[in-house]
Design a protein around this ligand. Structure first.
Ligand code: FAD
Ligand code: UDP
Length: 366
């Protein structure tokens, strides 16, 4: 029996495995259902030699020096600041909504104070803020909600913004200045040789043994084994309390051989009637110079891989019940986006794994 079994080779699993291995616990087996490491951050060269993200665009950003320093051990970085435009009424407008968005959309020439006054006029005060709809109405009012958020959210989640927790829409700030970066985190960059290379280096340790293409099944696993589990929380318990809601996506990867660029920014969002939510052009993200260009369209769907936990009241209640079961599993640590059922960005999955292994190693030494 290995000293530890880590289930899943995404950010949570890979960081946990490396931490345990360096902590000198003995052999760490990393068991991954897919044929590759990297989880949903996996990237690869497509048939045309362009680096693409198989499971949708992954842009790294964090405010945590610990996460940044930790990952920097395994990769050099390419500075990259993500910019997004939303396609509204045939125009490509900055998102998050900022001064330019409002001036262009309404044909105005407001300065910052003017934008603040404008928003004060159009916003619909919500007290308390109970949903994602409340968040947006409270900040920018009905018209901007309808144009930028209602359709996109309905497509992305298969439910109304009014049914989603405030935290979903609160990911997108509102600005009165001309700042048009999607993120304002202190550290923003892409791994210079891609995510997969970063994972290869992280998992390259004499104490780590990788088992790809084998799904872990709790029923069949030996009792008394110490585990880090990063798969879906409800799956671990055989869905015995019911299924947690997840949202899935279909990724349509396209290569355009006849043009160097497809769009002016890394991502363009489509809150309108199109069946997809956004289009991302990878060369913007990676800085790769190559003839032709590769893009991905994201089509949300109910069934398929569980990509997104769905933050809402009913999932929160079921999550709490599953977490109580998880807590009773004394030899198992549940960590990551699926296992904690949290809408984590990559840096949050890394941070959670660092904290979880700090605790595990502390116990081991005690
Ligand atoms: P995962 O990456 O999902 O890894 C879990 C692994 O466990 C998977 O490889 C899975 O195959 C494996 N597994 C599951 N069950 C089993 C089992 N029974 N046996 C064996 N293996 C199993 N974050 C950002 O910071 N920036 C972004 O731009 C960004 N964009 C995103 C875009 C999309 C479309 C999606 C879906 C997510 C995005 N994220 C982004 C979030 C990011 O993907 C996650 O934060 C991160 O991948 C979480 O890592 P994880 O290890 O918790 O989970
Ligand atoms: N959102 C929206 N319109 C947009 C962008 C985002 O309504 O153009 C809402 C939507 O509900 C989305 C959420 O804000 O799911 C979070 O957006 P983010 O870009 O952070 O989503 P992710 O990159 O995690 O898919």
């Amino acid at each position: 029996m290995p000293a530890w079994r880590v289930i899943g080779a995404g950010f949570a699993g890979a960081v946990a495995a490396r931490q345990l291995a360096e902590g000198g616990v003995g052999e760490v087996v990393v068991q991954e259902r897919r044929e590759h490491i990297g989880g949903n951050a996996f990237d690869e060269l497509d048939a045309h030699g362009i680096r693409v993200h198989r499971y949708g665009p992954h842009i790294f950003h964090t405010n945590s020096p610990r996460v940044w320093d930790y990952l920097s051990r395994f990769t050099a970085w390419r500075p990259y600041e993500h910019r997004v435009r939303a396609c509204v009424e045939g125009r490509l407008l900055p998102l998050p909504i900022n001064r330019t968005t409002i001036n262009e959309l309404y044909g105005l020439r407001l300065d910052e104070a003017g934008v603040r006054a404008f928003l004060e006029r159009v916003r619909e005060r919500r007290e308390p803020v109970r949903s994602s709809e409340d968040v947006v109405l409270n900040a920018v009012g009905r018209d901007l909600f309808e144009k930028f958020f209602r359709g996109y959210t309905r497509k992305q989640w298969g439910r109304e913004a009014a049914e989603l927790a405030p935290s979903v829409a609160a990911r997108i700030p509102v600005r009165t200045n001309d700042e048009d970066r999607y993120f304002t985190d202190r550290f923003q960059a892409m791994p210079a040789e891609g995510y997969t290379r970063l994972f290869e280096r992280m998992l390259d340790h004499p104490a780590i043994r990788l088992e790809l293409g084998t799904a872990f099944s709790p029923g069949a696993a030996p009792a008394g084994e110490r585990r880090i589990y990063t798969g879906p929380l409800d799956a671990y318990f055989g869905y015995r309390l019911g299924c947690l809601p997840y949202r899935s996506l279909r990724f349509e990867h396209l290569h355009l051989a006849d043009r160097e660029w497809f769009q002016a920014t890394g991502t363009v969002n489509y809150p309108g009637a199109q069946p997809f939510t956004r289009i991302t052009e990878f060369k913007h993200l990676t800085g790769q110079m190559a003839p032709g260009t590769s893009i991905v369209r994201e089509y949300p769907q109910a069934d398929g891989e569980p990509y997104y936990p769905v933050p809402c009241a009913e999932s929160e209640a079921l999550r709490a019940q599953y977490l109580a079961l998880a807590q009773a599993e004394r030899d198992v640590i549940f960590v990551g986006r699926l296992a904690q059922y949290r809408y984590y960005n990559m840096d949050q999955a890394v941070a959670a794994a660092l904290v979880a292994t700090d605790t595990a190693l502390g116990r081991e030494r005690a």
